[in-house]
Design a protein around this ligand. Structure first.
Ligand code: ADP
Ligand code: MG
Ligand code: ZN
Length: 606
């Protein structure tokens, strides 16, 4: 067990120090003393004795030590071999010196045994272990192999993660579901009395950065039971079979400590669907099989709850999701407007804010941002405040940070020719004007032609009034037309096309395609599912379910929507050409204008 480990090295140190003292005692100190001892022959001793220069004599078993004081009063020690001299005592008495015979120590066989056998043995064992440990530490993976299969799950106890549910903003439903698990582990009798069974496995599912790991840490902090935490990637081992051994060891430890919680973060790294074809991963599958076996093998009543987190639930092996395994799913979704505001508030507590900060406005402007993004926005805002030499964070810092986090850093000193800048200004005003003239669009909040490192040369920020869950067909079409506004303005004014519209084209095409294949918003196909999404939470790959003829019809339908939207955007700009000129010039001069400025110019009669 890891928690006991720290004591061992201390024992080693004590032993090491003991050895050193012992060695010094036996070899170094006596020889230090010897330096001042002169060996003389027996005759010299007798002569010195008779001349009365000897002040003290000590008769030992095999030698005689004596002290002579020189003229300066300094004592010098001499030794001489002990002769079989029956007159010695007489001589000493006559010379009138202090003399004595050392009383031999009572020999203690037990003490000798301990001193000469047991202690050295311990010392050698201790030293050996000490060096093996050191070597393991240095060699990392190899060391793990030596402690074959020992799980390196960390045990968190209450105080250690320092996180509680109070550190998680929003996510009320997830918190509720987890609070129940915590409640069961803390007071199992209460649940048993009614006969309620607590799920064996709880799977936290949601996009990256929504606070799944944070929630698990909060559970550790809230519950007063041991918490074993391991990340799926830690199972990926050097040697085949190690992952499985780790799983076995983890569950063994957990069952000894029940009631307790096991948390497997990023379970998709080991829990991917098994396949038998080429490219199957033996090691991972062994690990997964072991996990399944262990989950079946223990009795939920013992009080071991397994928590896991993933942002790719669809890649998990179905066997993991069967009843008796991860039978409870807790969605951890991207925060809604209220959730975003709560998260911003929570993280804003850590920084000094100006009095007039409006976090609600920031929350409105960040639809689709995750908890991690929002935490990042607050931090970036604080960094900007420092750069600006302020002692508190103001609204502008946060607004700027939205764009930093969402669109990359500002690139003020990037060299852009005046002509390009003019084109970009018309392009952005094109978006804004179409958005303003159409119904079903979100109001324009900010327009800027300051480039970002993300590659965006300009940026039109629209902010929804409320939080939008559903998008209707009119809104979707208006959004596509707004994307088209950029290129349409370029065509109208400069009679040419630039590469600046690449991102708009991509986004509008995706939306138009989704309208046809997923949302049932086209007349041609209506409510027909033509596509499935594989990576629900990573916005990833989708695959067509249709024949190539149908695929061609889909393409034609998408093209129809895009062309119609483009025509609409173009005609709006054509009708408002004067305003387009006026606004573009204004933007070119100011570089960044607010939604209010934009609306004011738009509303003024010219
Ligand atoms: P996940 O595991 O879902 O990818 P994390 O738990 O690692 O996300 O979240 C990363 C960071 O984002 C957290 O440490 C926290 O600072 C912040 N965060 C995310 N969601 C929340 C939330 N609901 N409340 C407060 N902070 C959050
Ligand atoms: Mg995580
Ligand atoms: Zn654009």
């Amino acid at each position: 067990m890891e928690i006991k480990n720290p004591r061992k090295p201390i024992l080693y140190y004590i032993i090491t120090v003991l050895i050193i003292v012992l060695l010094l005692n036996t070899f170094v100190f006596p020889s230090l003393l010897k330096r001042h001892i002169t060996q003389v022959d027996y005759g010299t001793f007798l002569r010195e004795l008779e001349q009365g220069r000897v002040s003290r004599v000590e008769v030992q078993d095999r030698q005689i030590a004596f002290i002579i004081r020189d003229e300066r009063g300094k004592e010098n020690i001499y030794i001489t071999g002990r002769m079989d001299d029956p007159d010695l005592v007489n001589r000493l008495y006559k010379a009138n010196v202090n003399f004595q015979k050392v009383i031999p120590k009572e020999a203690s066989p037990l003490l000798d045994f301990i001193l000469y056998w047991i202690l050295p043995m311990f010392i050698f064992i201790g030293l050996g272990q000490f060096f093996v440990k050191r070597m393991q530490g240095k060699m990392g993976g190899i060391g793990n192999a030596m402690s074959f299969g020992k799980s390196n799950a960390r045990i968190y106890v209450e105080a250690e993660t320092g996180k509680t549910f109070a550190d998680v903003a929003g996510q009320e439903e997830a918190k509720e579901a987890l609070a129940e698990v915590v409640g069961f582990l803390n007071q199992p009798e209460k649940y048993k009395k009614i006969g309620a069974k607590v799920p064996k496995g709880v799977l936290l599912v949601g996009p990256p950065g929504t606070g799944k790991t944070l929630l698990a840490q909060a559970v550790a902090g809230e519950s007063r039971v041991p918490f074993f935490s391991i990340s799926g990637s830690e199972f990926v081992e050097m040697f085949v079979g190690m992952g499985a051994a780790r799983v076995r060891d983890l569950f063994k430890q957990a069952q000894e400590k029940a009631p307790c919680i096991i948390f497997i973060d990023e379970i998709d790294t080991i829990g991917k669907k098994r396949n038998t074809g080429p490219g199957s991963n033996e090691e991972r599958e062994q690990t997964l099989n072991q996990l399944l076996t262990e989950m079946d093998g223990f009795d939920g009543d013992k009080g071991v709850v397994i928590l896991a987190a993933t942002n790719r639930p669809e890649t998990l092996d179905p066997a993991l999701l069967r009843p008796g395994r991860f039978d409870r799913r807790v969605p951890v979704e991207l925060p809604d407007l209220a959730g975003r505001e709560a998260i911003l508030k929570l993280h804003a507590q850590k920084v000094k804010l100006a009095d007039n900060i409006n976090l609600n406005a920031i929350a409105r402007a960040t639809s689709g941002a995750s908890g991690a993004d929002l935490a990042n926005i607050i931090n970036e805002g604080a960094l900007r405040a420092v750069r600006m030499g302020r002692e508190y964070v103001c609204q502008e810092d946060l607004e700027e940070s939205i764009e930093v986090v969402i669109a990359g850093y500002q690139r003020k000193n990037a060299v852009i020719s005046m002509k390009d800048k003019l084109t970009i200004a018309y392009h952005e005003i094109g978006h804004a004007l179409v958005a303003a003239k159409l119904n079903h669009t979100a109001p324009v909040h900010k327009i800027t032609i300051i480039p970002r490192t993300s590659g965006a040369l300009g940026y039109t920020l629209q902010i929804d009034e409320g939080d939008r869950v559903l998008l209707n067909k009119e809104q979707a079409l208006a959004r596509i037309a707004t994307y088209m506004g950029g290129r349409a303005a370029e065509e109208l004014i400069f009679n040419t096309a630039t590469t600046g519209a690449a991102n708009d084209i991509e986004k509008s095409t995706k939306l138009a395609r989704d309208m046809v294949t997923r949302y049932g918003m086209s007349e041609e196909f209506g409510m027909m599912a033509l596509e499935t999404i594989n990576n629900q939470y990573l916005g990833g790959d989708s695959s067509l379910l249709v024949s190539s003829e149908t695929a061609a019809r889909i393409d034609a339908e998408v093209e129809k929507i895009l062309k119609a939207s483009y025509r609409e955007a173009y005609s709006i700009l054509e009708e408002n050409k004067e305003k387009l000129h006026e606004l573009a010039k204004y933007l070119l001069e100011k570089e960044t204008i607010s939604g209010e400025e934009f609306m004011k110019i738009l509303a003024a009669d010219s």
